[in-house]
Design a protein around this ligand. Structure first.
Ligand SMILES: *Cc1c(COP(=O)(O)O)cnc(C)c1O
Length: 364
């Protein structure tokens, strides 16, 4: 029996998206960002699909350890770095690259007496005001790291953009200039660009790029879809109709009774809800594909179900296929209807949704 809700993963699309990164940033090495369980697509599955990448990046030490234990021998950068000696030990033991962004981390590194070396990425805060050292601190930090026995030389250098998805905001150019000016003359490879940097800011490409969202076929920009950028969606979220009924003018539908029927129509109940990660705030009118036809969501999304207006005379029946986002229905569009971003939708798919691989049409 197939489960009611599945996230079908097109791994061929992921490989295509990686080749798109290569064509945009042909001289740069690619660090594929697969944090947060591969943006909800499955950590190991995405690592497998993207093994042609030059390195991986994850957010947490545990995610890097999972990749090592599964046998991946790529370079793996841990973007959050470490906060205690135990985590640094894990980084050393599993040979994971650490992002170093704070003086606390410097103290931990200098106090360590064990053998071995750890590759690091010195992170500069060029305007995001999240992780990283200020430009004025760079010289002293670089100096201390250069003298630290535990630190593999040369030190790698990175920064992160605060608003690269807004192509009209020149803060990104300012960040690029501040980074380049600060690290000028220091040895070590450089990395600035996320997906939006790769697609919109050619000056940010440098030695390494760090694509995340575009690898999953999703646009980092609010006004375009991945498809319009030559990307292909990896995840298609699917469910099925479980009930079909006629409703009359004046009938209200769902919790709160906020949606009232204006004229007789056919209502479909679909087995998916916020318990699966479908956004509860999706507005009335959000498109849903039933048997390939776009129809509007009506009423409130509940935990396990949502309702759609199939239209008068519809012939849909229980068991019919429903697509919530993915192929033929861009997740970017659903995110707009739900006042969120596509990143949050794909990351938010919950554990009860089974991830299944799409069988390729040409495979036998
Ligand atoms: C998540 C992340 C990325 C990838 O960002 P996308 O917008 O998904 O391409 C790159 N660098 C850092 C430091 C990140 O945290």
């Amino acid at each position: 029996m197939t489960p009611a809700v599945v996230a079908v993963l097109n791994l061929d699309a992921a490989r295509h998206n990686l080749s798109k990164v290569r064509s945009c940033a042909s001289v740069a090495k690619v660090m594929a960002v697969i944090k947060a369980n591969g943006y909800g697509h499955g950590l190991l599955r995405m690592a497998e699909a993207l093994q042609q990448a030059d390195a991986f990046a994850v957010a947490r030490v545990e995610e890097g350890v999972l990749l090592r234990k599964a046998g991946f021998s790529h370079r793996i950068a841990v973007l959050d770095g470490f906060t205690c000696i135990e985590e640094l030990d894990e980084l050393l033991h599993y040979q994971l690259d650490a992002v170093v962004h704070s003086f606390c981390q410097l103290d931990i590194l200098e106090a360590q007496t064990r053998s071995g070396t750890c590759a690091i990425w010195l992170k500069l805060d060029t305007g995001m005001n999240r992780l990283g050292f200020k430009a004025r601190e760079f010289g002293a930090v670089y100096q201390r790291l250069s003298q630290c026995a535990l630190v593999k030389q040369p030190i790698n250098l990175m920064t992160h953009f605060a608003n690269a998805d807004d192509v009209n905001d020149d803060i990104t150019l300012k960040q690029i200039h501040l980074f380049n000016e600060t690290v000028a003359g220091s040895s070590g490879e450089r990395s600035l660009a996320n997906s939006a940097g790769i697609l919109a800011w050619t000056h940010s490409l440098s030695d390494w790029v760090r694509p995340g969202i575009m690898l999953y076929g999703i646009s980092p920009f609010p006004d375009s879809t991945g498809q319009q950028l030559g990307l292909r969606p990896v995840m298609t979220l699917k469910s099925r109709v479980i009930a079909v009924k006629q409703i009359e003018a004046g009938d209200s539908v769902g919790y709160g009774g906020g949606w009232v029927c204006e004229k007789p129509t056919t209502l479909g109940v679909v087995a998916i809800g916020y318990g699966d990660g479908y956004p509860r705030h999706a507005k009335v009118g959000t498109p849903v594909l039933v048997n390939g036809q776009r129809i509007p969501l009506i009423g409130r999304v509940s935990m396990d179900m949502l309702t759609v207006d199939l239209g008068a005379g519809a012939d849909a029946k229980p068991g019919d296929s429903v697509t919530l986002w993915g192929e033929d229905l861009p997740v970017e569009e659903i995110a707009l209807w739900a006042d969120t971003i596509p990143y949050a939708l794909v990351c938010g798919v919950t554990q009860r949704v089974q991830l299944v691989e799409k069988l390729l049409e040409n495979s036998c």
